[in-house]
Design a binder for this molecule. Structure first.
Ligand SMILES: *[C@@H]1O[C@H](CO)[C@@H](O)[C@H](O)[C@H]1NC(C)=O
Ligand SMILES: *[C@@H]1O[C@H](CO)[C@@H](O)[C@H](O)[C@H]1NC(C)=O
Ligand SMILES: *[C@@H]1O[C@H](CO)[C@@H](O)[C@H](O)[C@H]1NC(C)=O
Ligand SMILES: *[C@@H]1O[C@H](CO)[C@@H](O)[C@H](O)[C@H]1NC(C)=O
Ligand SMILES: *[C@@H]1O[C@H](CO)[C@@H](O)[C@H](O)[C@H]1NC(C)=O
Ligand SMILES: *[C@@H]1O[C@H](CO)[C@@H](O)[C@H](O)[C@H]1NC(C)=O
Ligand SMILES: *[C@@H]1O[C@H](CO)[C@@H](O)[C@H](O)[C@H]1NC(C)=O
Ligand SMILES: *[C@@H]1O[C@H](CO)[C@@H](O)[C@H](O)[C@H]1NC(C)=O
Length: 315
């Protein structure tokens, strides 16, 4: 128990040790790692100095930059005594490549971590190797989404907002692109930060008139970050005009007339072929074959008595 305590409080030992031995200092390995918010961070601790020594002969532990212990592997077994409450239940150790996994990564986990490998106590307390990892945390912003806050008209133009949520780090800017122009539009960019998750949400608004002679615009919203941009789906705004609607009305009416009248004509024509007591098919084909030219006049003559006789039966 006494020796273990040395490990937990080895910050002090280490500081002294580093001052004493420049050998270890120059030997410290430093790496950079990225992790996704709520994902897993990998904090490696490669033991390159003596392949021969196994975990059961060593003390391996990780500390954050406040010297809080994340995890300790003591002579081949996990040891929780010195682990800070903040990290309890959030870590797992991969004994194959000596990597500590930190789960459910938070924004506040960003920073530097040190892994120490110590020799077996009581000769221990000597740091055999130290590895520093600089951890950065990122979260992907949601795809920017354009919302119309007002219906489009010639006089008022259009009012839009674009928003994107839950990203990290803070984006550089957000703007609209209109049709073929490379100009960036939009004002009033708002960035808010969730006080629990520390993630950012961003929105921008646009009030824009249709230029004369232009009756449609394609609008895209762009979120610009340090290394990449994310674009929204394009929104096509079309001015509602009277004339196109008028033309459509004529087309629609014509369509309705055709759709309604055609079956009526068809049914009427088909009814002509019907004769009571006889199968439909034979009647029609025989009639068509024998007297195709006179069909319409004959059918019309037959139609009236047929309907007249059919009606009382139906009711
Ligand atoms: C983190 O991920 C878990 C599932 O793995 C999910 O249930 C939880 O809501 C996520 N938390 C946040 C803050 O996104
Ligand atoms: C392991 O260490 C021993 C001494 O402790 C040495 O004799 C041996 O050669 C080493 N083996 C390897 C594979 O490094
Ligand atoms: C460690 O090894 C495991 C498989 O044994 C692998 O899934 C993981 O990605 C490795 N981690 C690193 C940081 O190399
Ligand atoms: C985040 O975005 C990058 C690039 O667009 C993508 O490769 C990655 O899979 C995304 N990760 C998550 C966790 O959404
Ligand atoms: C837009 O117009 C539709 C009907 O054309 C109406 O129901 C809706 O309320 C309007 N929206 C706004 C924001 O004025
Ligand atoms: C936008 O560009 C396309 C082809 O690149 C062109 O046909 C169109 O007329 C342009 N629109 C405007 C409004 O300049
Ligand atoms: C987050 O901020 C809001 C208002 O700014 C506040 O009402 C809320 O209590 C805060 N939540 C936490 C967990 O601090
Ligand atoms: C559209 O935006 C302009 C400028 O921000 C504002 O003056 C106008 O009242 C807005 N219209 C509506 C219907 O919100």
């Amino acid at each position: 128990m006494y020796v273990v305590k040395t490990c937990a409080t080895c910050t002090m030992d280490l500081t002294i040790f580093l001052f004493v031995s420049t050998f270890v200092l120059s030997d410290a390995v430093s790496m950079k790692r990225k992790a996704y918010f709520n994902g897993t961070a990998y904090l490696p601790c490669p033991f390159t100095k003596a392949q021969n020594i196994t975990l059961s002969e060593l003390v391996v532990f990780w500390q954050d930059q406040q010297k809080l212990v994340l995890y300790e592997h003591y002579l081949g077994a996990e040891k929780l005594d010195s682990v800070n409450a903040k990290y309890l239940g959030r870590t797992s150790f991969d004994g194959d490549n000596w990597t500590l996994r930190l789960h459910h990564v938070r924004i506040e986990d960003m920073g530097s971590y040190d892994c120490f490998i110590q020799g077996k106590p009581p000769t221990g307390s000597v740091i055999l190797q130290q590895t520093s990892t600089e951890l950065s945390v990122i979260a992907n912003f949601s795809e920017p989404e354009i919302l119309l806050t007002q219906n489009v008209t010639r006089n008022s133009g259009t009012n839009l907002t674009c928003s994107s949520k839950q990203g990290y780090p803070k984006p550089k800017k957000m703007y609209f692109l209109i049709t073929n122009s490379t100009d960036e539009y939009g004002d009033d960019m708002q960035i808010s930060q969730d006080n629990v998750t520390e993630l950012f949400s961003v929105s921008v608004s646009l009030s824009h008139l249709f230029p004369d002679g232009v009756d449609n615009m394609t609008i895209v919203c762009v979120l610009e970050m340090e290394s990449t941009n994310i674009s929204s789906k394009p929104v096509i705004l079309v001015l509602p005009e009277f004339h196109p609607i008028g033309n459509h009305l004529i087309e629609i009416s014509a369509g309705i007339i055709i759709v309604i009248l055609f079956p009526v004509v068809f049914i009427v024509a088909k009814t002509c072929c019907k004769k009571p007591g006889r199968p439909r098919n034979t009647t029609c084909t025989s009639k068509r074959d024998s007297s195709a030219d006179r069909r319409s006049s004959i059918n019309l003559e037959e139609l009236e008595p047929q309907i007249a006789s059919a009606k009382p039966n139906a009711e």
